[in-house]
Design a protein around this ligand. Structure first.
Ligand code: SAM
Length: 276
């Protein structure tokens, strides 16, 4: 794993993946792959899948698709009569997604979720997972997602509430210092976005809304490190400008808790769907 350039991480990496050095990008793509396999992320996605209910023949948008794992699953569900538009602002991420595509009905597109190059009422449903937390104006993005969804379609938003992150088995003062340091560097500026999704959809005039908080449970440091960057020893300390002692003390604390078997972390990811 190569070192990240400190100057290039003035904001969390997923906000602008194409500005990342290639080794950092490779690490982040590998992280997205590991998340796809993680049972807690699978549980979050299962909740969303049940709400979106993708069906044969539909035209769906995966907004902020990353490496496209969900887009390909959606494509299998809509079948050859349907289509999935997999959109992301990162060309590098889309290149990785295209490499994984073997035929099928996914159309990859570079674009900004805040300014979609799609007609009004042109898709049957939207999946938007862990993207809005990285966007400067989530309400504008939500307005766009609603605009492109046909009447009777459904928008499904999945997003993290980083303010819900809690640990046990580690010193709470140390954990608090780590979380303060990580905010805005490893975790996004839209810190509590997940819990705000329902309100934002109400503000957009939507009335039939289902909001489900899914609390992800990580009973060991290895499981947590896939989803929580501040627990991942592969993330260099200078990435988030942590004082060296804080980072090394924290990693030692996590290792010790893991060895004792009493490490615990929890993080809530919200799944919020609305009829348009
Ligand atoms: C944490 S990743 C999630 C990727 C994928 N949805 C998943 O769950 O695996 C966030 C993604 O959002 C994309 N993204 C960030 N801001 C965006 C924007 N304004 N428009 C479109 N995509 C954006 C990033 O490039 C990245 O691929």
């Amino acid at each position: 794993m190569g070192a990240m350039e400190p100057a290039q991480l003035d904001r969390p990496p997923y906000a602008d993946l194409d500005r990342m050095p290639s080794d950092t990008l490779a690490m982040l793509v590998a992280t997205l792959d590991a998340m796809t396999r993680h049972p807690e992320i699978r549980r979050v996605r299962h909740t969303a899948w049940e709400l979106l209910r993708p069906a044969p023949g539909q035209r769906l948008l995966d907004a902020g698709c990353g490496t496209g794992d969900v887009a390909r699953e959606l494509a299998a569900a809509v079948g050859t009569e349907g289509e999935v538009i997999a959109l992301d602002r990162s060309q590098a991420t889309l290149a990785a997604a295209r490499e994984r595509q073997q035929g099928g009905n996914v159309r990859y597109a570079t674009g900004d979720v805040c300014d979609l190059d799609l007609d009004d009422n042109s898709v049957d449903g939207v999946w938007c997972e862990r993207v809005l937390q990285h966007v400067r104006d989530p309400d504008r993005a939500i307005a766009e997602l609603v605009r492109v969804t046909r009447s009777g379609g459904r928008v499904c938003l999945l997003d993290t509430d980083w303010a819900s992150l809690a640990f046990d088995g580690v010193q709470s003062a140390l954990a608090g210092a780590v979380l303060r340091q990580a905010r805005g560097r490893l975790t996004p500026h839209q810190h509590d976005l997940g819990r705000t999704l329902r309100r934002r959809l109400v503000d957009h005039g939507l009335t039939t809304i289902t909001a489900t908080p899914v609390t992800c449970y990580f009973p060991d440091p290895g499981s947590a490190a896939v989803v929580l960057p501040m627990v991942n020893p592969a993330v260099p300390a200078h990435t988030w400008a942590a004082p060296h002692d804080l980072w090394s003390d924290w990693l030692a604390e996590i290792r010790a808790a893991g060895a004792r078997g009493d490490f615990l972390a929890v993080l809530t990811i919200w799944v919020v769907a609305a009829d348009v």
